[in-house]
Design a binder for this molecule. Structure first.
Ligand code: CO8
Length: 262
């Protein structure tokens, strides 16, 4: 498929490769409009359905992961337009429905919808120049793609309120301290670090990777007891896979496992 607002590429030589999606509206700091979000959704779904892909990386440019929803487009909307067209819900939740792991590799600005897109990914690797923020309050609105819900879960109420109410940006070091990002690396190492993490994931058994993702995500939606029971069922079900037999036999045989992803 031909895309105009994103770039796609595949990396790796194993049975499972990494699909890399680069947000690409450089003149607008990757501001997110419907066309871009539709393309992002389509590319994510295509990689999720592709048996040769084990992990997805979403990234932007060195200056901006994404500076938020496209204000120029949004400024023209009225209440009935956004309500009737389901603005945001139409194409913004696709990322949160992807079953394979999605890593956000963030350099530069991740603001508003850009921060929300990064938070919909499974974890964020940040360049040391990354800046995270939810500045919607300055535009007379509030975060609308999950920011008021995912940010407090990631960084706690105090920092989330500070960012959402004052529009203060968090730099990469603070974001790592607060738990918003998993790693911070020099900007020129960002792509390499994200691809290396993705390659590790691709080398593992896909069913266990997908179930691990599902189980961790359940921690944000279910009470503890229900989450633990959910985890137990998934854990049990993995004993029905060839890869569990192979993984344990390889460990005991002191050799590398050859996973068949089933
Ligand atoms: N939308 C549209 N254009 C943008 C955006 C944006 N969010 N951000 C930057 N641009 C454009 C600028 O207009 C400018 O274009 P031009 O050169 O044609 O004037 C170009 O990108 C470069 O920007 P600046 O000249 O401002 O560059 P600076 O380095 O001075 O500043 C900043 C960079 C700090 C990123 C600044 O551009 C900025 O503050 N941008 C807006 C950030 C913002 O408010 N984001 C939140 C938007 S609201 C939102 O995301 C709501 C999400 C709700 C869900 C989404 C539903 C779709």
């Amino acid at each position: 498929m031909n895309y105009e607002n994103i770039l796609t590429a595949e990396h790796g030589h194993g049975a499972l490769r990494t699909g890399v999606i680069t947000l690409h509206r450089p003149k607008q700091f990757n501001a997110l409009n419907d066309a871009l979000m539709d393309e992002l959704g389509a590319a994510l779904k295509a990689y999720d359905a592709d048996d040769g892909i084990g992990c997805i990386v979403v990234t932007g440019s060195e200056k901006a992961f994404a500076a938020g929803a496209d204000v120029a487009a949004m400024a023209k909307f009225d209440h009935m337009h956004v309500y009737k067209t389901g603005y945001i819900t139409r194409n913004w939740e696709t990322l949160a429905t992807i079953r394979k792991p999605v890593i956000a590799a963030v350099a530069g600005f991740a603001l508003g919808g850009g921060c929300e897109v990064a938070m919909m990914c499974d974890f964020i690797i940040a360049a040391d120049n990354a800046k995270f923020g939810q500045p919607e309050i300055k535009l007379g609105v509030i975060p609308g793609a999950g920011g008021t819900q995912r940010l407090p879960r990631a960084v706690g109420k105090a920092k989330a309120m500070d960012m959402v109410l004052t529009s203060r940006m968090m730099d990469a070091a603070e974001a790592e301290r607060a738990g918003l990002v998993s790693r911070v690396v020099p900007a020129d190492k960002l792509q390499g670090e994200a691809l290396a993490a993705a390659e590790v994931i691709c080398s593992l058994s896909l069913p266990s990777v997908m179930m691990a993702k599902e189980a961790v995500n359940r921690a944000f939606e279910a009470p503890l007891g229900e989450g633990i029971r959910f985890e137990r069922r998934l854990f049990h079900s993995l004993f029905g896979t060839a890869d569990q037999q192979e993984g344990m036999a390889a460990f005991l045989g002191k050799r590398k496992p050859t996973f068949r992803h089933r």
